[in-house]
Design a protein around this ligand. Sequence first.
Ligand code: TYD
Length: 160
Amino acid sequence: MALADCKMINIPRITDPRGNLSFIESGPAFPFSLKRVYYLYDVPGGSERGGHAHKRLKQFLIAMSGSFDVHLDDGKDEKTFHLNRPYFGLYVCPMTWRRIDNFSSGSVCMVVASARYDEDDYVRDYSDFMSLRWSKGLAPGASFRPNSSRSRQRVPLQKA
Ligand code: TYD
């Protein structure tokens, strides 16, 4: 799994003059089967969340309200996504280091996950993350080395 596997996915939207409705369900259009939902809210300005990777967990992040930035790092490349609509979500594949910051006031980050909470699935130390990436066959691409040049990319803002 590499950064290229992490991507923005459109969430179905039923528009209605009474208010719009979106839904997420397991199926061919979604990258994993859903086991857990949690959400971040009341995030003070300037806070940062995440700062870890997961060994096996697959996650899907949605800005239910407001906006925030998700910085992803697969040990070789880095990419930043700005989430600001409840009908787009970001699929974060396993073994991706993530940080979330730049939360707008009143924002809510909902996370749909492929498994129940398991602290053993977390990699909370960045050097452990890099070791795992390089020593256990989890490297995101066979041809790169930790010291090779890293690419940084910022994904453009989502349009309304
Ligand atoms: P953590 O995943 O580190 O938060 P974040 O990545 O959003 O900054 O979780 C923070 C704390 O909450 C940690 O003590 C574990 C606990 N927690 C649960 O008990 N259940 C859960 O489903 C999640 C996501 C976290």
